[in-house]
Design a protein around this ligand. Structure first.
Ligand code: FEO
Ligand code: CA
Ligand code: CA
Ligand code: CA
Length: 607
């Protein structure tokens, strides 16, 4: 381990914040500012946000709701003063966006506004110098909203399959819209990946087939009710039986080209993708890790057929944009070496570690199905069923999975699993060692030989999250539990320039009773396992999309669903503008929460 210079992003950890507090808390000496909020206008013809007069047309030209993943890519030649930012819009909280009277008066209009608040956003940022805060640029040439009528090209072996054809798309290659976009990743070639996660909730289906059941598709009215407006959201309608098969993919968009057609990559399988993160292996192939965020679902790895071109030309970049379309897909199987000692309480095994070996079980190899009885197309559209047959390890909800750019080790955030060990469900094992896993854990994977394309690996648990003061059996790779910040429900991960892990959380308030936050974790050296809390988000919010630019002393997070458990009439949060309760909605004033992307920077630089 090489000695690291002291981080420029020095901070004193904040104390955990009670779940009723509606504040964004940052360390002493730092300040936070929103970069962009729900409803902020993106284009010159976009109206200013006015919650009392919102329309579908206005929302389609404004920043959407519930931003999750975020990415900032500086533009070449801008000397760090210009960038594109990506954000996705996973879902909407209609009861916070609209008054009860409004929703009752014109539900079809509400549904149309909600549809326009889903999807993706690319927006340009600018700043005067590299230490200043970013501002978004209204009307910039690369600004784009990706909406439900935006065409996506299906790529990979399942594109054009009979399983993906509908009456509206007999080619099986062109899908309108993306749904449930949760986390994501930024590729080495400067595109953005976004995971279509809980897509099933947008569809009404027969719900009787094994495939429907495995993906949670059922015959009940959806929360959004879009099946009332568009026949494709009810897959029982003639010609639309495959519509839900066209969601649940990793999406790739090019933020530098606002006219480009975004892609849905069937080669990475169809599941509730949290996100995907790409690493270039030593042999030039690219590897993408992706988790299926459902209790007892799986961890996957894609290995490309072709190799990465690092020449930096336009032709190289166009080539790299094809890499996720052909290759092999694997699913993880973990074996512990202390299995008999695992009793579900989180007690550390006698060999001192939760650890063992693992295999990447083949689902598709070089474009050919590795599952007896299933075609390649079936494996890639019904990936969960293929992985069931392969015998993968049932995990505690894999959220972000990301290789450390410095060490190549892979970190898997298992957020929680309320059903582990219950009657009728899988019991604890060494890689998911707690029954009724409330607080989650982090798996660290080392590919054999340091080769990211290997099919075998070793693994250990970096931490079992929780708060020892509340009686949780926690574990921080041997670091004293008394010296770490309490942490629960790890969700998104990021790395700083020195290879430290940063974890954002989703779900802590209902478990350990603290607001969700962002935490730095030391991975190497004597302080391995040390957890330090950097920020906490307002009431009911989750912390997503962390970006850590320690050289600039800048940290960015997405604040998703602030005040989620309240209502329009009685919000739990007023973040980020804190317009006083009871102020009537109007231009520039909204006495309720607005999901936002936030920048944290030294107070001296916050203008
Ligand atoms: Fe949308 Fe897996 O969190
Ligand atoms: Ca062990
Ligand atoms: Ca997530
Ligand atoms: Ca989550």
């Amino acid at each position: 381990v090489k000695t690291m210079a002291p981080s420029k992003l020095d901070f004193t950890p904040i104390a955990p914040v009670d779940y009723l507090v509606d504040e964004l808390n940052v360390p002493a000496g730092y300040t936070w500012k929103p970069i962009i909020r729900w409803g902020d206008p993106l284009f010159n013809d976009a109206p200013e946000f006015d919650a009392a007069k919102q329309t579908p047309e206005a929302q389609a030209r404004q920043f959407g709701y519930n931003n999750d993943y975020s990415s900032i890519i500086e533009l070449e030649g801008s000397k760090g003063r210009r960038a594109v930012m990506f954000a996705n819009h996973e879902y909407t909280n209609n009861e916070l966006m609209f008054s009860a009277e409004e929703m009752a008066a014109d539900p079809a209009r509400i549904r149309a506004i909600a549809r326009a608040a889903h999807g993706l956003t690319v927006v340009e940022l600018e700043r005067a110098t590299k230490t200043d805060a970013w501002s978004y640029v209204k009307g910039a040439p690369r600004n784009r909203r990706y909406l439900l009528d935006t065409p996506y090209e299906l790529t990979g072996p399942a594109a054009g399959s009979a399983l993906l054809k509908t009456v509206a798309d007999p080619s099986g290659r062109r899908v309108l819209g993306t749904l449930g976009n949760c986390s994501g990743g930024t590729t080495p070639w400067g595109t953005i990946l976004s995971g279509e996660e809980n897509f099933n909730g947008f569809f009404r289906s027969a719900g009787t087939s094994a495939e429907d059941k495995r993906y949670g598709l059922s015959d009940k009215a959806t929360r959004q009710g879009w099946e009332l407006d568009d026949p494709r959201f009810d897959t029982r309608n003639p010609g639309y039986s495959n519509e839900a098969n066209r969601f649940g993919y990793v999406v790739e968009i090019d933020p530098l080209d606002p006219t480009s057609t975004p892609k849905k990559h069937t080669m990475l399988g169809r599941l509730k993708h949290e996100g995907a993160n790409v690493h270039v292996a030593a042999n030039g192939k690219v590897v993408a890790y992706t988790g299926d965020d459902e209790r007892f679902d799986y961890l996957y790895k894609f290995v490309s057929r072709d190799t990465y071109r690092d020449g930096g030309t336009t032709a190289d970049r166009e080539h790299n944009k094809t890499l996720l379309s052909a290759g092999s897909l694997y699913v993880a199987k973990f074996e512990g070496d202390s299995a008999a000692e695992i009793d579900g309480t989180g007690k550390v095994p006698s060999d001192g570690a939760f650890d063992g070996v693992g295999q990447w079980l083949p689902l598709v190899v070089d474009g050919k199905s590795a599952i007896a009885g299933m075609s390649t197309e079936q494996v890639l559209v019904y990936t969960r069923l293929a992985a069931d047959i392969a015998g993968a390890t049932k995990m505690d909800r894999c959220e972000d999975v990301e290789p450390n750019p410095i060490t190549g080790k892979v970190y898997v955030a298992c957020t929680n699993n309320s059903n582990r060990g219950k009657t009728g469900y899988a019991g604890p094992d060494e890689v998911n060692p707690r029954s009724l896993n409330r607080d989650g854990h982090i798996v660290e994977i080392t590919e054999d030989g340091g080769d990211q394309t290997a099919t075998t690996f070793t693994w250990n648990l970096l931490m079992l999250c929780g708060d020892y003061k509340q009686g949780d059996a926690v574990y921080f790779s041997g670091f004293p539990k008394e010296q770490v910040s309490p942490i629960s429900c790890p969700d998104n991960v990021a790395f700083d320039s020195q290879g430290n892990l940063w974890i954002s959380t989703d779900g802590a308030p209902s478990g350990i009773g603290y607001n969700d936050g962002l935490f730095k974790v030391t991975l190497e050296g004597a302080e391995r396992g040390k957890v330090e809390q950097f920020l906490s988000v307002p009431r009911d919010a989750e912390t997503c999309g962390p970006i850590v630019r320690d050289e600039e002393r800048h940290v960015f997070v997405s604040v998703q669903h602030p005040g989620e458990d309240g209502t329009f009439a009685a919000p739990n949060s007023y973040f980020p503008d804190y317009v006083p309760a009871g102020t009537p909605a109007g231009r520039g004033q909204f006495a309720g929460p607005r999901p936002s992307v936030v920048q944290v920077l030294p107070t001296a630089h916050a203008k």
